[in-house]
Structures are given as structure tokens and as C-alpha cells.
Write a protein that binds this ligand. Sequence first.
Ligand SMILES: Cc1ncc(COP(=O)(O)O)c(C=O)c1O
Length: 450
Amino acid sequence: MPDRVGQLDHNHIWHPFTQQKGWVEEEPVVIDSGEGTDLIDVDGRRYIDGVSSLWCNVHGHRHPVIDRAVRDQLDQVAHTTMLGLTHGPAAELASRLVEIAPPGLNRVFYSDSGSSATEIALKMAFQYWRQHGDGGERRTEFVTLSEAYHGDTLGAVSVGGIELFHSAYEPLLFRSHKVAAGDAGELERVLERHRERVAAIVVEPLVQGAAGMRVQPPGFLRDVRALADRHGILLVCDEVATGFGRTGTMFACEQERVAPDLLCLGKGLTGGYLPLAATLATERVYDGFLGAPEDRRTFFHGHTFTGNPLACAAALANLEVFDAEHTLLRLQPKIRLLGELLGKVAAMDEVAEVRGRGLMIGIDLGEHDPALRLGHRVTLEARSRGAIIRPLGDVIVLMPPLSISKVDLTRLVSITGESIKAAHESVYGATPAEIGSGKGAGQPVVAEAA
Ligand SMILES: Cc1ncc(COP(=O)(O)O)c(C=O)c1O
């Protein structure tokens, strides 16, 4: 019987990306507090936050520097609008973001979720061309990668390509041209065919997260930039998931020395503390919107909580901690350790493939009947062993805070390995070797999902 919180939850909350029918049959973990890279439930059980509270926590929970920054800002003002006013934290943060972003991204437009950041980039690219002259108004289409994920608002879904999440909304979407990630040749052909109608190419650089941590071959992003330049098309990089150290550098684009025309940030921007997102634009894009009010070149977009001061204060403190704690430098040995630890996981019979960059990992369990919910079972096993992880179907995601200790990183991978074994055995009643199946596969002995 769930306790009061669990009961109220089951009675009234509708959870994101969750089949409620199954949710109300399970007892929820009720989180009471966080400390460093641990989450602590109301019964005092501790769990490693193995997915950084959905890919956003950077320096751990209750970091004293970020906590203090938010408290100090509370003593000033919690919220004031960016429509017609400005404030210190938003201005200081914009200047810091411009400093650390790839070159040329000089303007910061705030919003409050990754979906909004990409939606804004799409609208900016579209409107930029409408106001451009020289036939620019014909540039109304987008080129995107297959299996892309850019968020859940309708524009973001239109440039997305995950069948399970997106196909239901098909009649509501605008069309975009899909290109296989990693295939620069196909991109070139699509651009040749549609060149005068394309406003922008939209990509998640280096790793497509929600697609199951699909890694692009080296050089692909550079090829995309070169093709965008050749056709005079804008490049939008969505670093909502990859930004803020996740792939080993502050931004994934840096690894290919690519600077996009529009850069989308979210998640780790505040260290995972508060909802804040940003779309950074070049001066070229920004200039395209300048004019007298009656020219109607204004970017008519904004949200109530755009540039919220508490969130901006958290984001400034987040960047301060990156410097003070040498987060990126100290991350490198952890990435190497993780690589070694994952070698053993990749060798497991239950695992088809391990992919990723930096602290952004997908452990692919191979082809299984979705009704078995093998990935979900792995997360339940992990929970009983002291780690919170979340799957993407049958791909187990590991994405701990960058601040995780080597000891906890080792423990997280070991819990994950054990949990994969246990879940596999609970479904198939035997190891893949005993069944004589290929890596990651087998015949289920349980027909029903948990
Ligand atoms: C690459 C990418 N873009 C956009 C989003 C959407 O961000 P949000 O959930 O904050 O709307 C996500 C979320 O996972 C993402 O991974």
C-alpha cells in the first residue's frame, strides 16, 4: 500500500512519458532529498542518480555554491519579466554564455525548456529567411536526422523522427526532410534536390540521445557544417542534451571545431537546478530581425518565465563551479575509467552493444519483445540495488552527474551489469548461453510485461 504521497500521486498525477495504467500498479519511489550524486527516498534509502535527474544535473544535488546563489537571488527578487525590463543575472549570464559558446554566437534568447529552445531556433530560422529577400521566403523547410529528438512541442516534434513518440501527431506536423545520421552523402543529395527551399539543417551534434545514444562518425558534423555553408543554409545545433560537459567538452560542437548559426541549450544550463533554456544566435541571424516596429521584423516570441532570475543565478553559479572545480579536467579520467568498466558490460551475453561519448552512455540489450519491458525491469533491479536509472526502450541509459566519484561510477556500472543479468534471467529463466541465443536475445519464459 503506497504511503500518502504515493496515494495522492496515484490519485492525481499524470506523469510524463508514462503509461499510467502500469504506473499505478507499482509503488513509486518517493524522493525526499538529494546529496551530491545521491537521491534519498522518504525511507532513507540512497540511490545513485544514474541519469542525472533526466540528463540535467551536473555538479550534484545541493551544491553549496549553486544553493547559495539561488538563496541570495531570492533575497533580491524571484521573478521579473524580460518583456520591457532587464536584470543583472540574465545580462551577466548572456555575456558568460557568449564567452564559452563556439565563436560567433553573440546573442542569447532565453526560454524555459529544451523544447522551447529548439522551437525558437526553428522559428528564428524560418523568419530570418522570410525577411531576407532574394527568394529567401521560399526557404520554409528543414532537414533533420532520422530518429532525431528535439523536444515535445509541435515544431520540435516536426523535426523529430522517433516513431513511438512522434507518429501519433503526424497530421499536425510540418514536413521535414530526414537524412540518416552519419550519411553526409545523403545529406548532400537532399540539399541538392531541395536547396532553395531549405531554411536550416537541425542536428544533435555527436550523439543522438533519445534515439538510444546513437553516436555519429567522426567528421560528420564538420561535413554538415560545410554542406550548410555551400548551400548558404543555417545550421542549428541542439546541445540540450550534449551541452555542459556531457560528452567531455563544454559543448559537443567543439570536438569538431564547428560553430552553428543557432545553438540550443537547456538541461545542464542551470546545473540541473531550475528550468532555463537558451537559443544562441549569430549576429547575422540577429541583424535579420532589426528594423522599425512597422517593418514587422520583430521576433514575436516569449514566455512568462523567460530569463527567470533565480534560474539565471543558478546558471551563473553552475559556470562558476565548472571553473572553480576544474570540472572538465577532472572529468577526463572518469571518462577513461567508464570506458574500461563498460568493456566488461559490452562483453556480457545479455548486451548487444554499448555506445556513447563522455558520460553519455547507452547499453543496448538487443531485440526483445517490447511487451516484456526488459529495459524497465533492469531499472527496477537497479533500484533495489541502489541506483536510479531509466531506459529508452531496451537501451539502458547511464548519464550520471559529471561530479560522480570514481567509486560511485564503478558501483553504478556494477549495479547496472548485475541488474541486466537479473532482469534477463527473470524474463528468460536462463542466461543467453544456456538458451543458446545470440548476444542480447532469447526466448521469453514470461509472456506478460511487469
Ligand atoms: C537533444 C534534446 N533536445 C531537446 C530536448 C527537450 O528538452 P526539454 O525536455 O527540456 O523540453 C531534449 C530532452 O531530452 C533533448 O535530449
